[in-house]
Design a protein around this ligand. Structure first.
Ligand code: UD1
Length: 447
């Protein structure tokens, strides 16, 4: 079954996935009336940070790849546009899409797309492996900090690609990729993925040491293995990849979104509520859930998720973000939001993205007592926050500000709602179901 949407520019895109209407309407904001205790069920769909990569991985095989558990979020149709620009046909509607890849691929991902979702940089590895060349726009600056590509480039160069940086594009060529030993200075998620997706079709063996091992990387590895790739050490920080001549298209079910699941876990704790989360493994959130237990919440685990309840004002908990299995940087804004209404003082350290404290100025507008010094934040908990107009600076900051609005007195408006729609499926609907008073309203300040 396909759904045609008015106004789409590409014929294939008219049949693709979700929220384009919302995405174009960038002048919406969320209006939250504070005071609700959130309780009920929250269903979590596939992970944003996985679906974009497995969509890119489909480029590695000629034929039709079928993806299920695809989230209905703004980033997916944009990634579909990137694939379309490379010659692939993307059809269907979340949660089920198909990607049909021709024998001959295009090789350019343009600036208009890459700047909208820098996750699209993950086509670099597949393109070099399949097309022997790639021309991918450099993403530029970001609201959460610098996102260098040096480790991606270094790894792909080790495999034999030759790079040039010209007119805002990263241009790569490789007649033949050959396996190599690669050490990453930092376990970068994106670099690990790009190198891995090139190495699966390289000649010989590649070892990636200090590789990232996020659940989304494991999901990508599982799909590549089903496609015929030979990968050892999955889920560890040393990946050993034996190159093969070709891969075949497969059916793949995208792993549940642990960050969305974690957002609901924080929501339950900070509103002294009770939320049953389905569709994401508690094992992917161990440190975050343990922090919530330290804060006073009760966590119950199930085969298909977990439940978090809290019947007291949460206690302040210190948080340090680190690569998986450490506390995820994507949940740091939720940790700060929770600590801003907790009993006590918390020390939060951000080690992954230096710009990830930018939203704190917005949180302070809600009367939160947060001070930063470099990559440390000191959060002094208050009984309640105070509603005010604020602005989402990125996906996770936007979600955290909405949760802060739920525990604030009066009305909070969160402008630039489109950021949240990039990563959260049915955000307003889920919050409403959980008991929050939230709606989308036009942002008149921009008219
Ligand atoms: C991915 C996620 C993002 C998450 C992050 C860390 C996607 C689409 N995004 O981003 O939500 O917050 O992982 O879990 O999957 N770095 C370099 N050189 C490089 C690459 C990275 O210095 O070549 C640095 C970055 O500037 C950053 C750190 O490494 O400070 C982490 O980046 P990385 O793990 O690559 O994150 P992303 O893949 O961009």
């Amino acid at each position: 079954m396909t759904v045609a949407r008015e106004g789409s520019r590409h014929p294939t895109l008219r049949r693709v996935v979700g929220r384009q209407a919302t995405y174009h309407a960038q002048v919406e904001q969320f209006e939250v009336v504070g005071g609700a205790r959130l309780a009920g069920e929250a269903a979590v769909s596939g992970a944003k940070n996985s679906v974009l990569k497995v969509m890119a991985a489909s480029l590695l095989a000629t034929g039709t790849t079928r993806l299920s558990n695809v989230p209905d979020i703004g980033d997916v149709p944009i990634m579909a546009e990137v694939l379309h620009g490379l010659g692939a046909r993307v059809e269907g509607h979340a949660p089920d899409i198909t990607i049909t890849v021709p024998g001959e691929l295009g090789f350019e991902a343009d600036y208009d797309h890459v700047r909208r979702i820098r996750g699209s940089v993950c086509v670099l590895g597949p393109l070099i492996a399949r097309a022997g060349r790639a021309r991918v726009a450099l993403p530029g600056g970001d609201a959460i900090g610098s996102r260098a590509l040096d480790l991606h480039v270094m790894g792909l160069e080790r495999l034999g690609a030759v790079f040039d940086n010209t007119h805002g594009y990263l241009v790569a060529e490789a007649a033949q990729l050959s396996g190599a030993q690669i050490w990453l200075d930092f376990p970068s998620v994106g670099a690990t993925e790009n190198i891995m997706m090139a190495a699966v079709l390289a000649k010989g063996t590649t070892t990636i040491d200090n590789a990232a091992r996020e659940p989304e990387i494991v999901d990508l590895c599982n799909m590549l293995v089903a496609m015929g790739a030979q990968i050892g050490g999955i889920g560890t920080s040393t990946l050993e990849i034996q190159g093969v001549d070709e891969l075949r298209p497969v059916e793949h079910h995208v792993v549940g979104d642990r960050i969305v699941a974690g957002t609901w876990a924080f929501a339950a704790t900070m509103t002294q509520g009770d939320i049953r989360v389905r569709g994401s493994s508690h094992e992917h959130l161990e440190i975050a859930l343990d922090k919530l237990v330290q804060a006073g919440a009760e966590v119950t685990t199930y085969d298909d998720g977990f439940a978090v309840s809290c019947d007291m004002r949460p206690r302040a908990v210190d948080v340090v973000t680190l690569p998986y299995p450490g506390f995820p940087t994507d949940l740091q804004p939720m940790a700060i939001a929770m600590n801003s209404v907790a009993d006590g003082v918390a020390f939060v350290t951000e080690n992954i993205f230096e710009g990830r404290f930018m939203f704190i100025d917005e949180l302070v507008r809600l009367a939160a007592d947060v001070r930063t010094d470099g990559h440390h934040a000191i959060v002094r908990g208050r009984e309640r926050l105070s509603g005010a107009p604020v602005r989402a600076t990125d996906i996770r900051a936007g979600a955290a500000l909405v949760l802060a609005g739920v525990v604030a007195d009066g009305v909070t408006t969160i402008a630039d709602a489109f950021h949240v729609d990039r990563g959260y499926q049915s955000f307003v609907e889920t919050l409403t179901q959980l008991g929050a008073s939230i709606r989308r309203v036009p942002d008149d300040t921009l008219l």
